[in-house]
Design a protein around this ligand. Structure first.
Ligand SMILES: Cc1cc2nc3c(=O)[nH]c(=O)nc-3n(C[C@H](O)[C@H](O)[C@H](O)COP(=O)(O)O)c2cc1C
Length: 137
């Protein structure tokens, strides 16, 4: 199995309905392909961690990479794994808001404006902290 985490920019503004539609698509397809993970969205930025059999994750990445709903996809991490971090989540989801960030343990000088590709790319430990927070429930 592999895990991969990428970051991207929303290319449109998302209503709650758009997000629900996207998540329904994730749950339906990921249940069938055995992919699990976490999607974070805030400040027009997506962070997504995908884990599963390499062929399934790569096939999904090709589909996600061609999706016009976001742009500038950049893979931050790709590694083999023996166990999943998100085994309970066909796709966990958290909206990153000012209020939500106040709940994240270990974040001091990180504001919503820092949830952007440039900052997160140069602060990968922050991405790990946020993904861990998403898994807390
Ligand atoms: C930020 C983002 C994350 C996505 N994550 C997933 C995902 O985890 N699983 C999935 O099947 N589709 C995901 N999609 C949607 C895919 O790009 C694609 O539209 C979908 O897999 C096509 O599904 P269909 O073949 O059932 O129409 C994501 C799209 C975006 C914009």
């Amino acid at each position: 199995m592999i895990t991969t985490t990428y970051i991207s920019q929303a290319s449109e503004s998302y209503s709650d309905e758009d997000l629900l539609k996207l998540l329904a698509q994730c749950h339906r397809n990921n249940t069938a392909s055995g992919v699990t993970g976490m999607l974070l969205f805030g400040n027009t930025t997506f962070v997504q961690c995908l884990e599963g059999e390499q062929a399934n994750v790569d096939e999904l990445l090709v589909k996600i990479g061609a999706d016009p709903r976001h742009t500038g996809i950049k893979v931050l991490r790709r590694a083999p794994i023996v166990a999943r971090n998100f085994s309970e989540w066909t796709m966990g989801f958290e909206q990153v808001t000012k209020g939500a960030l106040a709940e994240v343990p270990g974040l001091c000088n990180f504001g919503l404006g820092d949830f952007n590709p440039e900052y997160l790319e140069s602060n990968p430990e922050m991405v790990e902290t946020l993904l861990r927070w998403g898994r807390r429930a």
